[in-house]
Design a protein around this ligand. Structure first.
Ligand SMILES: Nc1ncnc2c1ncn2[C@@H]1O[C@H](COP(=O)(O)OP(=O)(O)OP(=O)(O)O)[C@@H](O)[C@H]1O
Ligand SMILES: [Mg+2]
Length: 336
């Protein structure tokens, strides 16, 4: 049994089963009586489909019950949250920040602030201390890890050099005028030009956007501290998910390389949709069937070889022969 931690993170390339497995993990921990929050930033909204969450609940924690949502035996609950970047930003910055048109675009799902706001969200729930475990299901690919790695740039953005400008920007009612007065004629010319090219209001709105983001900088910088949680074995479990049918071994290797500075000993390489438990019990006499078995077996062997060379902890989850998401989750939960 894998020790449950404060934060568990599921990552991997597209369509390998991150969301399904993350949900099954939440179920497995909830069955044991742990208090769990499952957060997804899955743009495909698969969690919504699996747990029958309503669209208008995005950004709000919903309690999932074994009986009503999952049609499962036993009596347990866990909380689930479909990330809404906009709702997260509203919580830290107040309702009115979202009137800003640029922020409206930036806080759309995939609008560019997904990752930082996901960290803000996770940080919020970790600091509230309402849950024993927060499980984070990430969007496909290296993107999320790239983001974690590049957080230096975010810190740079908030560096002292900008401080004076933004302090002026924040002070007094005539913020924008003050700001304009502050910048050199060269920049002003450029902004005027931009204003002409981009149409009315863009520059003012842009400046306002930076002002809003800047005035919430504590929340962003604090959220980046999650990196430390992610690097600490006692606080986090990493699950790098790959799937047999996707043959995404090299991509799994890429992700591992990217995440190197975060990964600690409690990193689990998860092989999903494995056929070997079934193949081990199947010994066809007929030549063609034997060939099929051999091909499938070798394909898995290839992944296993990669896993054994590169990882200490390997988990295997079998292919589930049901298309119903709740069946998949229910059966996979037994494997944890
Ligand atoms: N063990 C399994 N057996 C059978 N089907 C599975 C299994 N795990 C996942 N699937 C199926 O694979 C598909 C992708 O699963 P899922 O959405 O969980 O992947 P994902 O990695 O979260 O995808 P994305 O990268 O788009 O977020 C779904 O149709 C799901 O039902
Ligand atoms: Mg997903």
């Amino acid at each position: 049994m894998i020790g449950q931690k404060k934060l568990e993170i599921f990552c991997g390339t597209g369509g390998v089963g991150k969301t399904t497995l993350a949900t099954s993990r939440a179920v497995a921990l909830a069955v044991k009586g742990h208090k769990v929050l499952l957060i997804t930033i899955d743009p495909a909204k698969r969690l919504k489909e699996i747990l029958k969450l309503s669209e208008d609940q995005a950004g709000m924690v919903e309690t999932i019950s074994s009986k009503t949502h999952l049609n499962m035996e036993g009596d347990f609950t866990f909380d689930a949250l479909l990330m809404s970047p906009r709702e997260t930003f509203k919580r830290i910055g107040g309702e009115n920040v979202i009137d800003n048109p640029i922020l409206k675009v930036l806080t759309r799902p995939n609008g560019g602030m997904n990752e930082i706001l996901a960290l803000v969200e996770v940080d919020y729930h970790l600091s509230q201390n309402n849950y024993e475990t927060v499980i984070l299901d990430t969007p496909p690919g290296k993107h999320f890890i790239d983001f974690l790695e590049s957080s230096k740039n975010i810190k740079l953005f908030f560096k002292k050099i900008y401080l004076d400008i933004f302090n002026h920007l924040k002070s007094g009612k005539k913020q924008r005028k003050l700001f304009t007065a502050l910048i050199s004629t060269g920049i002003k010319k450029l902004l005027d030009l931009l204003d002409k090219v981009t149409g009315a209001h863009f520059v003012t709105e842009f400046i306002e956007t930076i002002g809003i983001v800047y005035s919430n900088k504590e929340a962003f910088i604090k959220a980046l501290e999650i990196q430390e949680t992610l690097k600490t074995r006692e606080l986090s479990n990493w699950f790098l998910v790959t799937s047999v049918d996707h043959k995404k071994i090299s991509e799994a290797g890429d992700i591992r390389e990217k995440a190197k500075s975060f990964l600690h000993e409690d990193t689990f390489f998860v092989i999903n949709r494995s056929w070997s438990p079934y193949l081990a019990q199947w010994h066809p006499k007929e030549a063609n069937l034997a060939k099929i078995r051999g091909t499938l077996w070798n394909r898995e062997r290839e992944i296993m070889d990669f896993a054994e060379k590169n990882y200490i902890n390997i988990l295997q989850f079998g292919e589930i022969f049901s298309l119903l998401p709740e069946d998949q989750v229910c059966q996979l939960a037994k494997g944890w």
